[in-house]
Design a protein around this ligand. Sequence first.
Ligand code: AMP
Length: 498
Amino acid sequence: MKATKDHCGVFGIFNVADAARLTYYGLHALQHRGQESCGIVSSTFDETKRRRVMPLRKDFGLVLDVYADSALFTDLLLGDAAIGHTRYSTSGSSTNRANIQPFRVQYKGGNLALAHNGNLSNARELRTAFSERGTLFQSSSDSELILHLIAQSRRKKQINQIVGALTQVEGAFALAILTDDSLIAVRDPGGFRPLALGRFETVTPGDEAAYCVASETCAFDLIGATYVRDIEPGEILVIDREGCRTGTFQSFRLSNQYRISPCIFEYVYFSRPDSRIFGEMVDKVRRKIGKQLAHEAPVPRVPAEQKLPIVISVPDSSNTATLGYVTECQKLSYRCRYEIGLIRNHYVGRTFIAPGQDRREMHVRCKFNTVDGLLKGRVVVVVDDSIVRGTTARLLVKMIREAGAREVHFRVTSPVVMNPCYYGMDFPSRGELLSAKFTDVVSIGKWLEVDSLAYLSVDGLMKAVRTANPNKHGYCNACFTGDYPVPIETGVTKEEND
Ligand code: AMP
């Protein structure tokens, strides 16, 4: 069985006219979490059918393209509640239209739609059990399993069906579920992926407030909603009309067999700096990470008569940490200056989209170019947030040398990525990771053809993140340490999980 592997953004809003249009804006803010496909489902009462319906529009492509026709919002996606999804996935699954989310079904309990960020770690076991009972699957996505578990529940009340279903899945799931009378927000007991609750004041005085949920709070900023709090790890929050009136919602808890472990890589790379996730601003955490790296691996010292080294970030994901790195290096009295030496083309997707090594290299060239005049003859320190396969780093070093840099030093604001992620972060199989090909950092540096290479230590990363956000639980750092908080099904290799 091949499960899909997803990077995703989810959004939901309840109790407001024009819910789908607000969701569209929310998805724009979450576009960085997935660029392959997107979808919106709304909920409205159909006068002809005399019942609620859930119109749906989803397709491959960016939010801007999929919803280019504004009539979609006046003629199709009607109603006062909606959920949306942006998705990235790889290989076979990326051509399977059936995997585009949100999923929408009609079952004995009414209409139901679901948007999922994360990966279930017991998907194979569940799918096998369902297949043996004759269940037919429409997609190869693990998210569909949740719908089957709900639909096949013997419980009477819908919320009990949903709670019962969610007790049977493991791994990472941040969900927005739309029912005929509620928006249900869920975070798995480990709290791997972020999900926040926001409040949207309607313009008409005296109207009830609307509530929204989003993977990242930058989506609230865009629509003018205010952050209320995070959905707690293991929480199932039911946003219904009564709750919007009173401001108090029913909340259920999933029991936690394992520890609470938000994904540290969200802070390192994935989330936007202008978002608050896991209760803290990404910008603040990322700066601290950069500062910590300055203590562990500052810029090289150069003689006073030489031009000072310039520090450049690999835009955009490394910008914030690089600022922290440079200011701290300067504070530690290392001569250096921040410069914008790499220019990113924003109209190509992420580098890992193109399969195959050559296409990956071409993709890096499409994505970045050097500002030659700036780099010529200089000692250049490049800061990137992570090295995964190493394609980006190696080619960037080559390009910076071609631009005439005298020395190229590489600094990484995270430790060596040693292990695949089974909880929703897109990393290749262990064999494809650069770390699998070398036994130490010096050999990696030689292959990258840098004058020096340094990664942040695991302890340094944990210290920096904890200083910025002293959550009492800790984080999942399995990609660096191999310490997986929720067991992975035996026999599942990353290749299979792809
Ligand atoms: P690579 O070329 O495979 O080493 O990719 C590393 C580059 O991709 C870095 O510049 C990162 O900012 C970015 N990156 C880090 N993690 C991921 C990920 N999970 N998926 C895609 N790109 C990533």
